[in-house]
Design a protein. Sequence first.
Length: 328
Amino acid sequence: MNGLSFEYPWVLMGFFLFIPLILFWVLRSRFFAPAILRGRSNGRRYFLSNLFFWIFLACCIIALAGPRWGKTLSKPEYRRGLDAVFAVDVSRSMEVEDVSPPQSTRLERGLVIAREIVSAAPEIRFGAAIGKGKGLAAVPLTWDTEAVLSFLEGLSGSSITGRGTDLESLLDAAGKAFQNSSQAKRVIILITDGEALSGSLRDALERRAGEGAAVVALAVGSDEGGPVPKDPEQDGDEIISRRNSAALRYAAERTGGLYVDGNGDRAGQTAAQITTYLTSLAPESESPGRQREMQPRWQLFILAAIPAFGASRLCLLRRSKNGTGAGQ
């Protein structure tokens, strides 16, 4: 059994109870049922009945554990020559609740759309960067969509410390996620309201354009704006934050990317628009190798358990018939 593994290995803990019971049965048969050792017919059948029953239980435990072995080729994997990095603004203005319907924060709407994109395009390699005052590369480019989804699911405004918004630093962090050795096309999916208190967005866009990275500007928030949640450590008047659509349109145009209004009625439709754009940039192709996986083998143990249980009952049935005949 080359490469034996179990899908639910914890089920094998049942043998910790199973083995002592077998030892008790063997000792009981040895010292308290000497008829078995003297070869009496009924005693031998009783012994075989119990033996087959223990085999039945052992096969059931192993089957429930989900054994796998023997490698086989699965269907081919298909991937695109495209790397996409989410650049997520997690500054305080992204906590403004001016996205409807339903009523939600700018960050929540952006992350819902991001997760929809990842789920809809598993053939694209994704990464992620976040920014609040300063940009930070958070998830390196990976084919593991579950890892990216888990990160996006747990992301919040408290994921990184800092104050203000620096979109230049955020885009620079996203740009560093790309690998110079890769020939894949590059896309940065910028999730922000477009407000920036520091840095130069234009300078960052010039660098991204020079590197051949297109920016998909997902603009969340409303042009009318809404009040920014107050920092408990700060006093002052209420601050109104408004989406800077003009800056984000420029970001898409300068890099040959796409501007998307993130305030659509349905996040799924917005995600589908971005996914369609991404898949149009690079054709789908079969990867050089095929994914290998071990085959499930639990069926073999079920097939062994059924006759073992039948043999166990058959031995008792014959014993019962013999006993009845002797009584007559």
